[in-house]
Design a protein around this ligand. Structure first.
Ligand code: F3S
Length: 378
């Protein structure tokens, strides 16, 4: 991979050890993927935030970078943390966990990163333009940025997104290149999709069975449906999709067809459902939009619903929510918070991504269903 003189100097350590390590990371990834060069990025979204997922080794690593004085070069936002920052103690999260989580966030803050703690950075001010190059981690925001916004990012890891943020650059390969953003197969939807949970089931099925860039047709999704579809697709290895009539880079082309109908969607419900009566019903994977929070309020739930969202959305709506069963929780989510340590055994979710990770990462039993159905079964 070609490096500029400035990049060579950084690699040699002239900008300090942290930037030299960051150059090493991007160089290794770039060479592995035959990138010709590094390109400037407009923003980064960094994952690897919850103490539950990065542990002491991750904290140590971040502490070292923070102490080196390195700072990010571009707008950089942060994925959800392991606890809601304002109410963690009140909700009974373990003290040791909270303390380590605070340390992780202060390390990121000292690098100049906005501690937004949300996986929907595009709702809170990190909204790239069409065609812009960015380096985002967090698979649901990556696929949303590529597919719905038309920005360009590979699925970065926690380390490569941080390295890109510190350098303001990313290796030019994969989805940064026009020729790799075309559809690779067409999905004909042979089932009626009644809401975003159905879109999540569709995405989960396609993400588990196929790779490449699916091109969907045969339905009219709204913005939240596209968000749910993308997050579920990204539970597999897919980082971009097109949807006829709904996404900006969709184009007519002749592609191999696959059909996903009632039977395939039923297999998803059967796979993801492992319990009947949830201890708690949760919404907001990815973090709920303003519209999604208001939709929960319109249902006027008679059992408790935890709605995970960003601090900004929470602040905008909390005064409008009078139903005490709706708990708005910012900064974290049902997957990266240690809910299993709060005694929860069966969790109700509307998101296929949350269903998959609650079962596989947190070892919880899952009820995956539409919110209407989860609330109906009191
Ligand atoms: Fe976001 Fe947590 Fe889901 S980070 S995409 S709400 S697993």
């Amino acid at each position: 991979m070609h490096l500029t003189r400035e990049e060579e100097r950084l690699l040699a350590g002239e900008g300090g050890e942290a930037l030299s390590k960051a150059m090493e990371v991007l160089l290794a990834i770039g060479e592995l993927n035959n990138a010709r060069r590094l390109i400037p990025i407009a923003s980064a979204q960094v994952s690897g935030v919850s103490y539950k997922t990065i542990g002491d080794a991750g904290l140590e690593f971040l502490r070292d970078i923070a102490q080196s004085g390195a700072r990010v070069k571009v707008l950089t936002t942060l994925n959800p943390a392991g606890v809601p920052l304002e109410s963690a103690r009140e909700l009974g999260f373990p003290e040791e966990f909270i303390r380590k989580q605070e340390e992780i966030l202060s390390a990121y803050a000292s690098m100049g990163i906005v501690t937004s703690c949300t996986c929907t950075p595009y709702y809170v001010g990190n909204l790239p333009r069409f065609g812009e190059h960015i380096a985002w981690a967090e698979s649901s925001s990556v696929i949303f940025a590529n597919s719905v916004i038309g920005a360009r990012t590979n699925r970065e890891s926690a380390i490569s997104a941080l390295a890109a943020a510190l350098l303001g650059k990313a290796p030019e390969y994969g989805l940064h290149l026009e020729e790799n953003r075309r559809g690779s197969f067409r999905v004909e939807i042979g089932a009626e999709l009644k809401g975003s949970t159905d879109y999540a089931a569709l995405g989960y099925y396609v993400g588990r069975h196929y790779q490449g860039i699916p091109v969907f047709s045969g339905a009219s999704p709204g913005g939240e449906d596209l968000k749910a579809l993308g997050a579920a697709l990204a539970t597999g290895a897919i980082s971009m999709f097109h949807f006829a009539g709904a996404t900006p880079e969709y184009r007519e082309e002749r592609l191999e067809k696959v059909e996903v109908g009632e039977e395939e969607l039923r297999s998803v419900w059967e796979e993801l459902n492992t319990c009947e009566d949830p201890d708690v019903v949760t919404v907001g994977c990815p973090h709920a939009s303003l519209e999604e929070v208001l939709a929960v309020a319109r249902l006027n739930p008679r059992r408790e619903v935890w709605v995970f969202t960003s601090r900004q959305v929470k602040a905008l709506v909390e005064e409008k929510i009078s139903n005490e069963n709706i708990k708005l929780i910012a900064d974290t989510c049902m997957v990266v918070a240690p809910l299993e340590e709060l005694g929860i055994k069966c969790i109700g979710v509307t998101s296929a991504k949350a269903a998959f990770y609650c079962a596989n990462l947190s070892k919880l039993k899952v009820r995956f269903d539409s919110l209407e159905n989860l609330l109906r079964e009191e």
